[in-house]
Write a protein of this length. Structure first.
Length: 140
């Protein structure tokens, strides 16, 4: 079985962002089981309003031209959106704020990438490259 690289610190960062957005968007963030491949389901009045993948980065939103997302996560998120009719949102917390992008084909290209620092061959995979200019900054 493949190791999980999500640390307690990562989960705390995600929880902090979800708390901020839960208040701003007036919805509840519910962590999804790993089998869904997407981080969160957003509920309002106990109804699903969206699905979300949340990334935290230690650089500014302008450091790189794209946010890299596993192509598998991209496809699973779009499948959830298509099946439910609810949006799939990519949320990114960079050092200069929290941003979001409603997943759609424009502004996204595909390639091969990932991490090489962990010496895990499965860290390199097909990826969705989401143009950071398409992200909208959350007004906190």
């Amino acid at each position: 079985m493949r190791p999980l690289y999500e640390s307690a610190h990562d989960r705390m960062n995600e929880s902090n962002v979800s708390d901020i957005l839960s208040s701003a968007w007036k919805c509840k963030f519910v962590k999804l089981p790993i089998s869904y491949h997407v981080d969160w389901m957003l509920l309002r009045n106990n109804e699903i309003v969206a699905f979300a993948e949340l990334k935290t980065r230690k650089v500014s939103s302008t450091q790189y031209p794209t946010l890299i997302l596993s192509l598998n996560k991209w496809m699973k998120g779009l499948d959830l959106a298509k099946t439910t009719g609810k949006p799939f949102i990519i949320i990114a917390k960079w050092t200069d704020g929290i941003f979001y992008f409603f997943a759609r084909p424009d502004g996204v290209t595909f390639g091969y990438g990932g991490r090489i620092d962990r010496k895990d061959s499965q860290d390199m995979e097909p990826v969705a490259l989401i143009n950071t200019k398409n992200f909208i900054k959350v007004k906190e």
